[in-house]
Design a protein around this ligand. Structure first.
Ligand code: PLP
Length: 410
């Protein structure tokens, strides 16, 4: 009789209770094979074999747990699901082929024709299209409201409202939703509060602790963090997640084992990356506020942000995304962007590399002018997804932009 550890798990589930998110990011949800590898194994296989016909029958009949087919059972995907569930403090997680597949699967599994959704106006553009165009075709209607206007959320609900959907902080203006107030409203109306936690990740904000029912991620962003793979995940109680799992199994928007493995490795460095993103973003926000050419900086870490106190209550950091408005219009914004040399001009975010975007002509370019104005997407607005490069190099690159603006006016 040895007194060693169980060889096939890193840490028993019960030992994970009460561990910090930093530890869970590295230790939760690993399955060790007979090879006793230290790093997570990857299982790029579509199907699994059985010891006998009887065992195959028992697996298919659900009498024996175990792997069947990678559309709905793959150990690499399950390891990623277990880790992100532990980090969000949720009972279960289901991984999906993309962030959009996570949102779609949640809707398909938990809504039906005749249901009504209230959604914040500032959500990711494609989320908006999904609700407005595609869900509507199947009889699910959506009302859009301002994220921070609690009276508008309440006024938009009706007897058929089954879901409140939002992102906080918002993109690109960093507005913050009051999750506890919205959770109360969800209880009252018997609707689900669904939070897309892409911008904060569980390192900075765990919406389930504030009364959210379901958390959604585009793993493509910070969970990967190095711009390699597309994927998503839904986290929450088993009662809802079993339904979503059933949908994935039947409809097939499954995460590939390779992508799951990349995300699993990404999670290991997520806590230190998020802190580096936050430190750089706060420093840059303060520096931008001092620039002559800057009219206003939008970042919830600044004391000048109208919801700084709420952000402080809900989040343990203010995130890596910030926006700023220049004095001037599109011409000035484009000139600044074009004068940078290191920062990547792309609409992606959540990467270790800093990216710069002109929302009015890219991410929010398809919005009708009145919606753009309403969402505060002005022509002079620039969004940064602040990476983890040295802060002085980031300032130096942006300083080239400010230099170009001064040259323009002199
Ligand atoms: C990118 C993004 C999505 C969609 O995720 P994909 O992985 O691109 O499908 C959803 N929500 C937010 C907030 C995002 O930034």
């Amino acid at each position: 009789m040895t007194h060693g550890r169980d060889e096939h798990v890193w840490i028993p589930e019960s030992d994970l209770d009460g561990m910090s998110v930093d530890t869970l990011a590295v230790r939760a949800g690993q399955i060790r094979t007979g090879q006793l590898e230290h790093s997570d194994a990857i299982f790029p296989t579509s199907s699994f074999v059985y010891g006998s016909a009887a065992q195959a029958a028992a697996r298919f009949g659900g009498e024996e747990p175990g792997n069947i087919y990678s559309r709905f059972t793959n150990p690499t995907v399950q390891a990623f699901e277990a880790r992100i569930a532990a980090m969000e403090g949720g009972e279960k997680a289901v991984a999906t082929a993309s962030g959009m597949a996570a949102i779609l699967s949640t809707c398909m599994a938990l809504l039906q024709s005749g249901d009504h959704v209230v959604c914040s106006r500032g959500v990711f553009g494609t989320t908006n299209v999904l609700f407005q165009k595609y869900m509507a075709r199947f009889g699910v209607t959506t009302s859009f409201v301002d994220l921070t206007d609690m009276a508008a959320w309440r006024a938009a609900t009706n007897a058929n409202t089954r879901m409140l959907f939002l992102e906080t902080p918002s993109n690109p203006l960093c507005e913050v939703a009051d999750l506890e107030t919205l959770s109360d409203l969800a209880r009252e109306t018997e609707a689900l509060l669904v939070v897309d936690n892409c911008f904060c990740t569980p390192v900075l904000q765990r919406p389930l602790e504030f009364g959210a029912d379901i958390v959604i991620h585009s793993a493509t962003k910070y969970l990967d963090g190095q711009g390699r793979c597309v994927g998503g995940v839904v986290v929450g109680p088993a009662s809802y997640l079993d339904e979503i799992y059933g949908f994935i199994r039947s409809a097939g928007p499954t995460l590939s084992p390779f992508n799951a493995w990349v995300f699993q490795k990404g999670l290991e460095t997520l806590p230190i990356r998020m802190r580096a993103h936050c430190d750089n973003a706060l420093e840059l926000a303060r520096w931008l506020e001092q620039q002559e050419a800057v009219e206003r900086v939008y970042y919830s870490g600044l004391e000048s942000h109208p919801q700084h106190a709420l952000a402080k209550k809900q989040q343990s950091g203010f995130g890596g995304v910030l926006s700023f408005a220049l004095r001037g219009g599109r011409e000035q914004a484009w000139a600044l962007i074009d004068a940078t040399r290191m920062i990547s001009i792309t609409a992606n975010l959540g990467d270790v590399k800093t990216t710069i975007t002109h929302p009015a002509t890219t991410t929010h370019g398809r919005l009708p002018p009145e919606d753009k104005a309403r969402a505060g997407i002005t022509e002079n607005l620039i969004r940064l997804s602040v990476g983890i490069e040295a802060i002085d190099d980031l300032k130096a690159d942006l300083a080239r932009g400010f230099q170009a603006l001064r040259a323009q006016t002199s």
